[in-house]
Write a protein that binds this ligand. Structure first.
Ligand SMILES: [Zn+2]
Length: 141
């Protein structure tokens, strides 16, 4: 901790002409201050991460078989459910005719909600998809 009394002690040492002792105390104080600043920076980053997690927990909803994010009174999305569950990141699905397509993993998501949705991967160069069960591993770029 950076105590006021330590600063007063350093000031008194300078006033009495004990420059070397005052300089050493000042250097120690400076090192502690730098360590505290580093710790505060790390703690602020952790708090921001926890706030982000809390925000997602409170505002990420599932509708129509997809993830949606409520923010600023607007429902954003849909987002790729598979990518979020595997990576923790939200990727907004792109609209393609009658399906949603994930720009990250390439999975196609049905626009009509079903209890166990079948997903298609658009992996062929011709743009033809094949139907895969919901929980197969995803290849990421
Ligand atoms: Zn995805």
């Amino acid at each position: 901790m950076l105590a006021y009394s330590t600063f007063k002690e350093i000031h008194a040492l300078f006033t009495r002409g004990h420059f070397e002792a005052a300089r050493r105390m000042l250097m120690e104080l400076q090192a502690r201050y730098i360590a505290l600043c580093d710790e505060v920076g790390m703690l602020k980053k952790q708090v921001q991460e926890f706030e982000d997690i809390l925000f997602l927990a409170q505002n990420l909803i599932t509708e129509e078989g997809q993830y949606w994010l409520r923010a600023g009174g607007i429902k954003h999305g849909p987002f790729c459910k598979s990518c979020y569950e595997y990576t923790g990141k939200l990727f907004r699905l792109e609209s393609h005719k009658n399906v949603w397509r994930c720009p990250y993993c390439g999975l196609l998501h049905s626009r009509t909600p079903e209890p166990r949705q079948a997903l298609a991967v658009n992996s062929s160069p011709a743009g033809q998809g094949r139907i895969l069960p919901f929980r197969l591993p995803i290849k990421h770029c």
